[in-house]
Ligand binder design. Structure first.
Ligand code: B12
Ligand code: SF4
Ligand code: SF4
Length: 404
């Protein structure tokens, strides 16, 4: 029955079904019943598609990987055969139930970008972790469907080798916009997606066409020029990838464009004109927490592991761990133009994590006076052995090519 598949964990064994004969419904009956139950549970939109993606979608995925645009996200290529189409992952699947959850922000999500002494977290990271919120709802839907139908099913949110956006488009929930995300006429760019595969035959929705027209606002808004062409993303340049997925130092040429974005990025989503039809999220657990709207960089720089876990308890941010997060904070401090943040930055030059020290060197080279920077180098260099950190000191001009 109801098993949740992820790239990281094997599926759980099916729980016992409640006693009694399964419901006897035709495909239209099941489709209507599932739609009603999903809405009752709190999903904002539901669509139905065949459990098979067209070959062209798999070919686009192959091109994305061949071109190396997935960067260090090796898990995309590891299960690429499954990812191309759900029926490769699970041959018995007949239909995909695609679910959308609106997380429309209550205020302008980009407002904080002009406050350089604070950090900007993307909207989705300011509330409870959507994976957990949506998985709880999926479990309820799966439990009900398994009890009523006795037909096997599997469900996913984000982490399984399934291409959720093309499936959602096929199920009529919207279209993949030029920024590559699913745009909905009802919720604009602000939806999370989830998928349930089932052995049931259902009545499939009709995909609806592309409504981007001549607009290219999202392409123009991208701070790092991450779209090599409309409808194509080079993840290696995307701030979402750089701040969340990439471990280690961020490529030097992209750091300045990150501004104060310390977890994810919403620029291409936020400028979409279809957001004018968007509504605020009804799911309260997804509502942004006040403390995460504009946190002071000086406070974030001081987070140790325990304080990081407490501050980001139950959010998606905790998944990246303290070191990667504070690395992002160091870059934002380097972009702040605020020498008054030097006292908060200075301890990061001696941080236990090499990626934090490396980005702190870069930030210090931008904020400190030459004399101050030379003093910091004299204090830190004698004990530094990490090649990545040394290369940052070298790039900042305090080490010769031959070494210290
Ligand atoms: C990997 C991943 C990322 C990567 C890569 C994003 C990407 N566009 O591929 C990174 C880390 C950058 C990322 C960022 C974000 N993500 Co993300 N991500 C995923 C994940 C796990 C897989 C996506 C995937 O399959 N990518 C592979 C590419 C090939 O697929 P595609 O984007 O659909 O590509 C299509 C077209 O763009 C085109 N194409 C793409 N490349 C190429 C190349 C060539 C040559 C050609 C011809 C065509 C072509 O063809 C493809 C098929 O139609 C999904 C969850 C899932 N399991 O599906 C979430 C998901 C897509 N992410 C999501 C979100 C919310 C985000 C962010 C908004 C988070 C944030 N605020 O920071 C950003 C948005 C950035 C952006 N503009 O895309 C949501 C999107 C919801 C929606 N409404 O669409 C998803 C669905 C998670 C979820 N369950 O809700 N993400
Ligand atoms: S999320 Fe930000 S960096 Fe990534 S493509 Fe969109 S605007 Fe560009
Ligand atoms: S901003 Fe414009 S081009 Fe981009 S997804 Fe929205 S409508 Fe399409």
């Amino acid at each position: 029955m109801a098993t949740s598949i992820s790239d990281r964990r094997p599926p759980a064994p099916p729980p016992p079904r409640r006693k009694g004969p399964p419901l006897d419904l035709d495909p239209a009956g099941w489709t209507a019943a599932i739609r009603a139950r999903a809405r009752e549970i709190g999903f904002d939109a539901v669509g139905f598609a065949p459990a098979r993606l067209p070959p062209a979608t798999g070919e686009a995925l192959d091109r994305f990987v061949e071109l190396g645009r997935h960067g260090d996200m090796r898990w995309i290529e590891d299960r690429i055969d499954w990812r191309r189409s759900p029926d490769a992952l699970w041959p018995e699947a007949r239909s995909a139930i695609v679910l959308a959850q609106n997380y429309g922000p209550a205020t302008d999500p980009l407002a904080n970008l002009s406050c350089p002494e604070t950090g900007s977290l993307s909207v989705y990271a300011r509330g409870d972790d959507y994976h957990e919120v949506i998985k709880a709802k999926l479990r309820r839907l799966a439990r009900w469907l398994w009890d009523e139908s006795a037909v096997e099913l599997k469900f996913f949110v984000d982490t399984a080798p399934v291409m959720e956006k093309p499936l959602a488009a096929l199920a009529g929930l919207g279209w993949q916009g030029r920024h590559t995300n699913l745009v909905s006429r009802d919720f604009g760019s602000w939806t999370f997606l989830a998928v349930m595969l089932t052995g049931l035959d259902l009545v499939h929705d009709r995909p609806h066409g592309d409504r981007c027209g001549s607009c290219h606002a999202c392409l123009d808004a991208c701070p790092t020029d991450a779209f090599p062409a409309p409808y194509e993303l080079d993840a290696r340049r995307c701030i979402s990838y750089l701040t969340i997925e990439l471990d280690g130092p961020v490529p030097a040429e992209l750091r300045a464009a990150m501004g104060n974005r310390i977890y994810g990025c919403d620029d291409c989503l936020a400028v979409c004109p279809w957001n004018k039809f968007a509504r605020g999220a009804a799911e309260m657990k997804l509502a942004g927490r006040e403390a995460l709207t504009a946190p002071a960089l000086a406070d974030l720089a001081g987070l140790d592991d325990g304080a990081f876990r407490t501050m980001f308890a139950k959010t998606a941010v905790k998944r990246i761990g303290r070191d990667r997060f504070v690395r992002n904070v160091a870059i934002a401090i380097g972009n702040s133009g605020r020498p008054d943040l030097v006292p908060a930055l200075r301890p990061l030059l001696a941080d236990g994590a090499a990626q934090v020290r490396a980005m702190a060197v870069w930030a210090a080279s931008r904020l400190m006076s030459p004399a101050e920077f030379a003093g910091a180098a004299a204090g830190r260099l004698p004990g530094e052995t990490d090649p990545v950190v040394l290369s940052e000191w070298r790039a900042a001009g305090v080490l010769s090519e031959e070494g210290p």
